[in-house]
Design a protein around this ligand. Structure first.
Ligand code: HEC
Length: 113
């Protein structure tokens, strides 16, 4: 009986744990999450309202381009201009998360026509 209860407890623990994995943050949540690089604090709403003109507009850029730039920062392969903040911001992101953020930003409208 005790063993059965232990198994039951283990199974219920597992089923409690699984939503944590299913609950990956969306690209938009990652972009806006202050604990995940604080992207919006520098690049602004939708990626196109930078807090200072020196920061690039990134909303509406193509998904592949954004993904590649972010992976390059993450992997220490893009070292130009002001790369340091971006290298730091992207380091804790998984490839899946970078993909999600790139997809979210690419859905926006490119500001320059
Ligand atoms: C402290 C301000 C700051 C924060 C926070 C920040 N960025 Fe940046 N971001 C920059 C700057 C400055 C650049 C230009 C860096 C360079 O010269 O390579 C940049 C560049 C980029 C680029 C490349 C743009 C291009 O045209 O090649 C992308 C994509 C990007 N950021 C996405 C993000 C995402 C996603 C986050 C959140 C995880 C984030 N940034 C957080 C300041 C910031």
């Amino acid at each position: 009986m005790k063993k059965a209860l232990n198994i039951l407890a283990a199974v219920s623990l597992l089923s409690m744990a699984s939503p944590v994995f299913a609950d990956a943050l969306s690209g938009e949540q990652l972009y806006k999450n202050p604990g995940r690089g604080g992207c919006i604090n520098c690049h602004g709403e939708g990626g196109n309202v930078p807090v200072i003109p020196l920061y690039p507009k990134i909303g509406g850029q193509t998904e592949m381009y954004l993904f590649n730039q972010m992976m390059d920062y993450k992997n220490g392969k893009r070292k130009n201009g002001l790369y340091m903040t971006m290298e730091t911001a992207m380091k804790p992101f998984s490839e899946e998360e970078v993909r999600a953020v790139a997809k979210y930003l690419a859905e926006g409208e490119w500001p320059i026509k």
